[in-house]
Design a binder for this molecule. Structure first.
Ligand code: AMP
Ligand code: GLY
Length: 442
């Protein structure tokens, strides 16, 4: 018996210690931060990022492919003897990439990290997420969902709501599908526009929601659908303008930890939101090996769920990974092995911030292909994560709305912020814009 135990222990630890080839899918700042973290693992042999970006090219091999081309992804896994696949963005998850890959590979040989298609609907359909929260008594804003044939009912429902009124497109809309309407009239027009195809198929179902007022923050949970581990808490800055003015963006910066999220608040979140969420996944039999990103709002002293995402956040990952002391690879491997509960997740005590540099005009129209000048040597307390960049003929060019995320760590958040803003002074491209007030409220 004892010999058997020792043998299986050895076998177990050997399985853990073997180096393996790893593939990260995605090409933004989030994937650069994940690659940066995974590259530090002694378990990482060759690292591949598809499609990756010029930042990830310095950490591994970029492979050019479309994340909608599931067959090509499967071939890439086979050709490069990949044993761990981490799916970064929501779109392939919502389209069922995990299910596709799990049907082609033995889970004991290729670990796929990302929820199944049905579980990813927690992000892919706001109506689905709301029903899930209702079923499992998870605190969230009161709501009702409508389809186009119910337009009259939707108008009646709006008339009975207090303003402001939150109008949401049900499906994925690149972070733009939510409008806060100040009047009933505006809400009715917004619903009509959505049904008329403002967000294509994503707004063929509309969710009307009560407006919640409070401070927002984000909690990240790694789960195998049964057990869970909580990662460092973060807060992102969604609005383009300083003091949270103007339209929403993908995220203009982030900080971690978040001073107003106390230990007792985290306990509330764990008891009232995280545990019921994992139990809900379990009860529904939704297979979920991956990250749950819970967008929260603190109303009084009660946390409410604003939204679920089925992946890590961007730019939150750019502060969460630098604060994660524990090796990410064994954590990811433990999801398939049923050993997540016995893993230790340690955070570093320092604070982290990231400041996102964007193209002029973003989140509206903007130009690309601007030459970026960037320092070659960066202080050890800072990292330049790439989002929308590309390399052409040896020149680094802008290639998206969000261009770079400048992350720093420090004993205090103010030290980290100072480092990021100092480094930004050494970065230049035409039309560059960034918020100068990241962390202003914490
Ligand atoms: P979402 O795409 O669901 O994360 O929503 C985008 C943003 O809209 C959130 O980060 C909030 O700032 C805001 N929002 C969404 N739902 C509500 C709500 N019920 N009350 C107040 N603000 C909301
Ligand atoms: N920063 C928000 C998101 O990743 O959805």
């Amino acid at each position: 018996m004892l010999a058997g135990l020792i043998l299986s222990f050895h076998f177990h630890s050997l399985a853990y210690l073997r180096r393996m080839n790893i593939l990260i899918l995605g090409g933004g700042g989030r994937e650069h931060a994940l690659a940066w973290k995974i590259k530090q693992s002694p378990l990482c042999d060759q690292l591949f990022i598809a499609p990756g970006n010029p930042g990830t090219a310095g950490l591994g091999t970029n492979i050019h492919l479309s994340l909608k081309d599931f067959d090509k992804i499967r071939e890439t896994i086979e050709a490069n003897h990949i044993e761990l696949v981490l799916i970064g963005p929501e779109e392939p998850l919502v389209l069922g990439l995990t299910d596709y890959l799990e049907s082609h590979f033995d889970p004991a040989k290729v670990h796929i990290i990302g929820p199944t298609k049905i579980a990813a609907q927690l992000e892919g359909s706001k109506a689905f997420a709301k029903e899930f929260m209702e079923e499992f008594n998870i605190p969230t804003a009161r709501y009702h969902s409508f389809i186009p044939s119910q337009i009259d009912d939707a108008i009646d429902y709006i008339q009975g709501m207090n303003t402001p009124i939150v109008v949401k497109a049900d499906g994925l809309a690149a972070g733009k599908g939510v409008t806060i309407c100040q009047s009933h009239h505006e809400a009715i027009n917004e619903v009509k526009d959505m049904f008329d195809g403002k967000f294509g198929a994503a707004s063929s179902v509309v969710v009307l929601e009560e407006f919640l007022s409070g401070k927002e923050f984000s909690v990240f949970v790694l789960t195998d659908g049964h057990d869970y581990k909580i990662l460092p808490v973060a807060k992102d800055y969604k609005k383009i303008g300083e003091r949270d003015a103007g339209p929403n963006t993908g995220g203009m910066g982030a900080v971690s930890p978040v001073s107003f999220v106390t230990a007792s608040m985290m306990k509330e979140v764990e008891d009232k939101i995280i545990i019921p969420t994992i139990e809900g996944l379990n009860q529904k039999n939704y297979r979920y090996h991956g990250f749950v990103f819970i967008g929260l709002i603190e109303v009084g002293s009660i946390p409410y769920v604003i939204e679920y995402n089925c992946r890590m956040g961007d730019p939150e990952t750019e502060v969460v990974m630098p604060r994660l002391k524990t090796d990410l690879v064994p954590l990811l491997l433990s999801l398939n092995q049923g050993t997540l509960a016995s893993q230790n997740v340690e955070q570093i005590n320092e604070a982290a911030c990231t400041v996102v540099m964007v193209s002029g005009g973003y989140p509206g129209d903007y130009e690309k292909n601007k030459l970026i000048s960037i320092p070659i040597v960066v202080p050890t307390s800072s990292i330049i994560f790439h989002s929308g960049t590309k390399m052409e003929d040896g020149h680094l060019l802008t290639n998206g709305g969000r261009v770079l995320a400048i992350t720093s760590t420090g004993d205090h958040l103010s030290d980290a912020l100072r480092s990021s803003y100092e480094l930004i002074k050494q970065i230049d491209y035409e039309g560059q814009y960034f918020r100068k007030d990241i962390g202003f409220d914490v």
